[in-house]
Design a binder for this molecule. Structure first.
Ligand SMILES: *Cc1c(COP(=O)(O)O)cnc(C)c1O
Length: 232
């Protein structure tokens, strides 16, 4: 099933790119494999997928033990400071940095290992009570405080948009985040590279691409529905 799903997602991504005159190579598909077993990840690898998204430290540790091939693992979930050390050398990009304290922890663990860790700043673009992420108004100040840290490179912004029945409902949020991204990029802050805009999930990745996403995080659309009762 994974390969058939991927064919559909790929077609949708290509069509969204075409509609707005973007190149397919401008958009990275991150297959969100949280809760899913290694066998399904291998099916996606057979199809050619190399970028996988996970939201739990323990799961990244387990899966990187089981799959030795070089892959790009993306940490997309809330990250506790005391767990940074377990994944810092395993992930390509941490999408979910929303505080200076977390960034400081990432930087110090990176410096210990002689690494520079690429991160995105998570923005709570719809200002939802229940969500992680910095507010739109505080984003630039947070980035300016993080930018000088020696073990970190700020690569862009990420958001988890509201759950929407219709992806058109999230288009305004994607437009907002894109505007913020362009605005911050225009300030040319040292050590800040506004190159990646991580937005769009199964329900709304096409609208996100039309509005400028460079990374979409698709779980259900690739691997099917998640069952949180079954441990993978
Ligand atoms: C689970 C998750 C996704 C993927 O969600 P789907 O709706 O299954 O595509 C994307 N981003 C984050 C941060 C997630 O936690």
């Amino acid at each position: 099933m994974v390969k058939e799903n991927l064919a559909v997602v790929e077609e949708n991504i290509a069509a969204a790119c075409r509609r707005v005159g973007r190149s397919r190579s401008d958009v990275t598909l991150i297959a969100v494999s949280k809760t899913k077993p290694v066998e399904l990840i291998r099916e996606a690898m057979d199809y050619g997928i190399r970028s996988f998204g996970e939201n739990k430290v323990q799961e990244i540790q387990t899966k990187t033990e089981l799959i030795k091939e070089p892959l790009d693992w993306h940490m997309i979930g809330h990250l506790q400071r005391n767990k940074v050390k377990y994944i810092i050398d395993k992930v390509k990009l941490i999408h979910s940095v929303d505080s200076l304290r977390l960034a400081e922890q990432i930087s110090s663990e990176a410096v210990k290992r002689n690494l520079i860790c690429d991160i995105l700043i998570e923005v709570n673009i719809a200002e939802e009570e229940s969500k992680f992420g910095v507010s739109k108004n505080d984003t630039e100040a947070l980035i300016r405080s993080i930018a000088p840290l020696p073990g970190i490179r700020v690569k862009g912004l990420m958001t988890v948009a509201p759950i929407a029945k219709n992806q058109e409902n999230n288009r305004k949020h994607f437009k907002d985040l894109y505007r913020l991204y362009i605005d911050i990029r225009s300030k040319n802050i040292d050590n800040v590279y506004m190159k990646e805009l991580s937005m769009g999930m199964t329900g709304d990745y096409e609208a996100a691409i039309e509005e400028g996403a460079t990374m979409v995080r698709v779980g259900t659309g690739v691997f099917g529905a998640r069952n949180y009762n079954i441990e993978s």
